[in-house]
Design a protein around this ligand. Sequence first.
Ligand SMILES: Cc1ncc(COP(=O)(O)O)c(C=O)c1O
Length: 356
Amino acid sequence: MSESKKSFNPDTWVRPNIRTLSPYHAARDDYHEGILLDANENSFGPAIPTEQPLHRYPNTRLDDLRQKWARYRGITLEQVFVGVGSDEAIDLLMRVFCEPGRDEILTTPPTYGMYKVAARINNVGVSEATLTPKFELDARAVLSRVTQRTKLIILCSPNNPTANILSMNEIERILIDFNRLVVVDEAYIDFSDTGSLCHLLDRYPNLVILQTLSKAFGLAAIRMGAALAHPSVISWMMKVKAPYNVNQLTADVAMQAFDHVDRMEEHVRSIISERNRLQKALADHPDVDTIFPSDTNFILVRFKRAQQWYEYLASRGVIVRYRGDQIHCENTLRITVGTPAENDRLLEELAKHDAF
Ligand SMILES: Cc1ncc(COP(=O)(O)O)c(C=O)c1O
């Protein structure tokens, strides 16, 4: 570990008002069993026919779920925060570490749009160091944009919308040279042959990894995401989060996810096989310029006439995402890999070269 990392203490970067915060304390934090008359719940039960105890507030710490997530990724419970999608973790990190009206985050466009939206909502500035035209991370360019006000660098790997994994060497250079938090969003990591950076958490206390059950696990509806980080970073996030942020139905389903990893892996294999099929089919398309390599469940494709194809496909009931307005993504569509039947329909419509 470098000198700077040995002396790194995430507590020193927490906003002063958060450092002195007394978090909300529920009686249920101390007692879980007995005659529960502490939380103004409805003791007569839910007003719908159900066997589930939906009249009770959920557990605030969700240790069982955090333990399962930790075991799956080879880390400890204290390194796991679970929340309402990874979007909640992005928002919380800004609220814990960035002083509104003064601090800023640094992102690497083209990338996931929520980082900027969350920053704007929190009145936090956004500084940008673009990826290269080949969508590669340039650590030197990123570090040259850092100022005293930069509190979080947010990287996305594999990246959305470009679909590529970022170089681990470049990420490590940033982790070593930037002495505040480096967030790596791994929403799509299970589609990639390159594994998660979780093994680096013990080496770099300034690393925060975001993961989600919305993609490879196919559970976008339940809204469940995680931040994996140094126990001190996690404990600050736990202090600031809403007491009952994750609902019980979500927590129950999320627990099951880690009992069915084989099913997730089977879906991932099918998606990758369909992704390969789509890439091959599109390679012969006269209006396709470039099919970018993908480590995700989507592909970014450069067309000669992306906007027209986008509108035509939508008019035929096939909805893809136009990304041509993003830097280095001129004339591109981002296409999520569908089921074999959905992909057949897409290819059928794309075969109509004289459609417009
Ligand atoms: C890179 C990236 N991170 C996070 C998310 C959102 O994840 P969640 O559903 O857990 O909020 C998305 C969704 O598209 C994404 O592309």
